[in-house]
Design a protein around this ligand. Structure first.
Ligand SMILES: [Zn+2]
Length: 341
């Protein structure tokens, strides 16, 4: 994983923080991010490990009511690195994520990122930190205000994981570029959802947007930044909640695929019917983890992608998108009505 400015300019490069070179030395205990010495983090030699079939696999894990998104990138052919590059965005609500990761062959995590610090996103963090080597940790920078967050941050320090500041930055994880978009100023300090980190994932021409539990307030602020592009895949904000989507958000992002991470019969009423009408409009492929299990997106180096779900075992190329199980109860007339057509 290496880091670079999202928009490299000569002036910006002068102030570029670069990650500490780790070749041959362990990170400091409880290290906070250090001043630059190199912009490349070289792999520690670990046995060859490439369980994925494309250069990049994005897997929206079925973790029940919560979020966990696994991003893996195979080592480039001919590179010195033999192990996969691995990032995990959020860790679901519980320890069982460790078993899920192990079953998928995940043996290390380069970057562990918490979109925000609610238990349905960081509940599995401490178990991961106890079980799987992690190199870098990033959260939204909010001071610990709950026991679970405190526990996670203590683990980060105790395990010598390097804490990365949640500023606007681009992290390279193999062939994937993760553009971190911190929440613009303005949200109340205790409003975790509206202080979610958003990640824009880029592989070739492929783009995905992962906005944590952003609510309308944050979605609107992000739109104002001009940094929200048209994307191929959108992770529905806030588990398909009514406050996690707006017509303006969808008309800017124009996703072909919408992935919603949630538990069946959850007590929050997710996904909200109105949100589903928005998402299902326009023939989008809408997939829910409670119906499909894991949602797997495989991306080649040019950015061509396919979508497969764990439970149905069906490969669904975006070109053949259309009515999906999640949208079967929303007619074309219903969805047209919410889009104002
Ligand atoms: Zn959540």
């Amino acid at each position: 994983m290496k880091e670079q400015n999202a928009i490299p300019t000569a002036a910006a490069l002068l102030f570029l923080y670069v990650l500490t070179a780790l070749t041959g030395c362990a990170p400091q205990q409880g290290a906070r991010e250090a001043r630059p010495t190199s912009d490349t983090i070289r792999a520690q030699p670990i046995r060859p490990n490439s369980a994925i079939s494309e250069p990049v696999e994005v897997r929206i894990l079925d973790v029940g009511q919560g979020d966990a998104i696994l991003i893996r990138s195979a080592p480039a052919a001919g590179s010195a690195r033999e192990e996969e590059h691995v990032a995990l965005i959020d860790a679901g609500p519980a320890n069982r994520i460790v078993g899920q990761l192990r079953a998928l062959g995940v043996r290390h995590i380069d970057l562990l990122l918490a979109s925000h610090n609610h238990a349905d996103h960081i509940g599995g963090m401490d178990a991961i930190l106890d079980s799987i080597p992690v190199r870098y940790y990033m959260d939204n920078g909010h001071p610990a205000s709950t026991r679970i967050q405190q526990r996670v941050l203590e683990r980060v320090e105790a395990k010598g994981v390097v804490y990365l500041q949640p500023r606007r930055r681009t992290l390279t994880v193999g062939s994937a570029r993760l553009h971190v978009l911190p929440a613009p100023e303005g949200a109340r300090s205790d409003d975790q959802n509206n202080r979610s980190l958003t990640v824009r994932l880029e592989v070739g021409r492929f783009q995905a947007l992962l906005p944590g539990d952003a609510e309308t307030e944050l979605l609107n602020r992000l739109l104002e930044t001009g940094e929200v592009p048209r994307v191929d895949v959108l992770k529905a904000a806030h588990h398909g909640s009514r406050n996690g989507v707006t017509p303006a958000w969808l008309s800017r992002t124009r996703p072909h695929v919408v992935a919603i991470s949630l538990a069946e019969n959850n007590s929050y009423g997710h996904p909200h019917e109105r949100a589903m009408r928005y998402y299902c409009a326009g023939g989008r492929m809408v997939l829910r983890t409670d119906q499909e299990g894991d949602i797997i997106i495989r991306v080649d180096s040019a950015g061509t992608y396919t979508v497969q779900t764990e439970r149905n075992r069906t490969v669904a190329p975006p070109a053949e998108r259309g009515a999906t199980t999640a949208c079967s109860s929303y007619s074309a007339a219903d969805t047209a009505a919410v889009e104002g057509r």
